[in-house]
Design a protein around this ligand. Structure first.
Ligand SMILES: *[C@@H]1O[C@H](CO)[C@@H](O)[C@H](O)[C@H]1NC(C)=O
Length: 429
């Protein structure tokens, strides 16, 4: 059951991220064209997956109504896809508003509808509902559900339309009535949480010699600036990228950006770990792992090699300390001055041999979800060993996040729940 569920989630990801590709690198293209698959229409009143809509195996729990005045209204984005007909009977454009995930699935479905029935388009009869026309706790109130038909309103097509919606990656599809199909998706942050922690594709890592490389171009076997030991207080060194715990070049995610006083700005997902001090104690001994979403202005992080080297050398002489070790500059404790939440593209989680890495000139962890660097590093020991035996023969690969589950499981056996990122406390499958 668990395995099935896992494979289900995995294939949804693979589907979800296949339609779009830009950004860096080939990203895709190493897939062969799949043989046409036999598609079975849904029966009237059938839903897929075969669990209740608002459970974890489907679209997850209802999180509250979104109105035009609510803070969460910004989570909704309009869909202007010209291949989709919006009924818009309210004449407010509300049917076009939906979450990014809902939009991605709908756009994928629009393409399969045109392929299946040339000359026919996907039609949306209900999207986001601000007028309370649906039952209590309907996902329409959150922009996470759509009711659909085909543009020719041929009811004989709706059973197959429901199947196409399942294939397009909707998290729950219900052939609700002879007149329409209902589809819904998980909330954005529950999806983000499941992928553990990641950096966007346009973040930069530092190679030996100081050159910078885009995260999306990084490959296993390359050595990048990191810190020794499995915590932030170690010495700087170059650590080999063993594998990617997560690699989804086309994913859209919500990221936290932490801006620092030295101009280095680190961008990463909420549940990812980095090393920060308390606001009150900005000293190296106070560095410890923290979730990105818990770091506040005033806390210090370790930054590397930003800006004026002369001043740094001056400081070195004054301090009388050796700040260069093996040719690598030591990090500076630097105050975080601002925090922002933004959308970004790509989700990359490289695993280095030392469990740390410097991204955008700021020291971060390779791990996420559980605020215990030692535990994560220990739990993934076998994986690092496997990869060092096999070399980097695995290639970059794409889209795994099973490690976050593994960690979650190990953590749930060994740790108090307070060590989990809040998103992981809601529960996982
Ligand atoms: C970091 O953000 C600040 C403020 O937005 C900007 O001025 C600075 O150029 C950014 N630094 C880098 C390295 O992009």
């Amino acid at each position: 059951m668990r395995l099935q569920l896992f494979l289900g989630v995995f294939s949804v990801c693979a589907l979800a991220f296949s339609p779009v590709a830009d950004g860096c690198g080939p990203g895709r293209g190493y897939g062969k064209r799949r043989p046409p698959k036999k598609l079975t229409p849904l029966a009237l009143k059938q839903f897929s997956p075969n669990v209740a809509e608002k459970t974890l195996g489907a679209s997850g729990r209802y999180e509250g109504k979104i109105t035009r005045n609510s803070e969460r209204f910004k989570e909704l984005t309009p869909n202007y896809n010209p291949d989709i007909i919006f009924k818009d009977e309210e004449n407010t454009g509300a049917d076009r508003l939906m979450t990014q995930r809902c939009k991605d699935k709908l756009n994928a479905l629009a393409i399969s509808v045109m392929n299946m029935w040339p000359g026919v388009n996907l039609r949306v009869t209900e999207g986001w509902d601000e007028d309370g026309h649906h039952s209590e706790d309907s996902l329409h109130y959150e922009g996470r559900a759509v009711d659909i038909t085909t543009s020719d309103r041929d009811r004989n097509k709706y059973a197959m339309l429901a199947r196409l919606a399942v294939e397009a990656g909707f998290d729950w599809v219900y052939y609700e009535s002879k007149g329409h199909v209902h589809c819904s998706v998980k909330s954005e942050h529950s999806v983000a949480a499941k992928t553990g922690g990641c950096f966007p594709g346009n973040s930069l890592v530092t190679l030996e010699g100081g050159a910078k490389k885009l995260m999306c171009d990084l490959r296993p076997g390359e050595r990048i600036l990191a810190s020794s030991g499995s915590d932030g207080s170690g010495e700087p060194l170059y650590s080999e990228v063993v594998t990617f715990l997560d690699r989804q070049p086309d994913a859209h995610k919500t990221f936290y950006t932490l801006g620092t006083a030295r101009g280095a700005n680190l961008t990463l997902t909420a549940a990812h770990l980095l090393f920060a001090t308390d606001a009150a104690d900005c000293s190296r001994s106070a560095l410890k792992e923290a979730f990105a979403s818990d770091v506040r202005p005033g806390q210090c992080v370790l930054t590397y090699g930003q800006g004026d080297e002369e001043q740094e050398e001056e400081e070195e002489r004054e301090e009388g300390t050796q700040t260069r070790k093996g040719g690598v500059r030591r990090g500076h404790l630097t105050r975080v001055t601002w925090v922002e939440v933004r959308e970004g593209r790509g989700a990359f989680a490289p695993l280095t041999r030392h469990g740390t890495l410097v991204v955008d000139d700021v020291l971060a962890s390779c791990y996420a979800a559980v605020d215990q660097q030692w535990l994560a590093h220990w739990a993934l020991g076998p994986l690092r060993a496997l990869h060092s035996l096999a070399g980097s023969a695995f290639g970059p690969g794409t889209g795994t996040h099973w490690y976050a589950r593994l960690l979650h499981w190990v953590g749930s056996v060994l740790l108090d729940p307070s060590h989990f990122h809040p998103w992981w406390k809601i529960g996982t499958i």
